[in-house]
Design a protein. Structure first.
Length: 135
């Protein structure tokens, strides 16, 4: 009898594990260029935004997989509460940066949004693999 909880397939799990690492790498590369073009504080905020995006993605993946693969009716209420908490934490982080470091919020947003090009790249790679498989 198998007691392992259901999870994502092997290739999906590999992609989902790779995304936060790619976000950190991309944010770090942008932070290095920000040091050259701007200043060290801007680079720190770009890197911090990328780190926040990576941590947020990992947290989202873990909570989604926990709620997707648990067949409990109570899971919906817990999911809504958890996502509300997650949204409040993201708003709090942005608010603190806006209040304390208003001139550096754009740098943080740039780092935080590095998850978007990474997701688009991973989706494009997956589509290319699907096309190759069909041919």
């Amino acid at each position: 009898m198998n007691h392992d909880p259901p999870s994502f397939s092997g290739s999906e799990e590999k992609i989902l594990r790779r995304i936060p690492v790619e976000v950190l790498i991309l944010a770090f590369c942008l932070a290095l260029s920000a040091v050259i073009l701007f200043d060290a504080a801007t680079a720190v905020f770009v890197a911090a935004g990328g780190a926040a995006a990576a941590v947020s993605f990992v947290w989202l993946k873990k909570s989604v997989s926990r709620f997707l693969f648990s067949g409990k009716g109570r899971a919906v209420r817990s999911a809504v509460l958890l996502y509300g908490l997650r949204l409040l934490l993201i708003i709090a982080i942005f608010s603190i940066i806006i209040i304390l470091f208003s001139k550096k919020i754009i740098a943080f947003i740039i780092g935080f949004s590095m998850v978007v090009p990474v997701l688009f790249t991973e989706a494009g790679i997956a589509l290319l693999k699907m096309k190759q498989w069909k041919n």
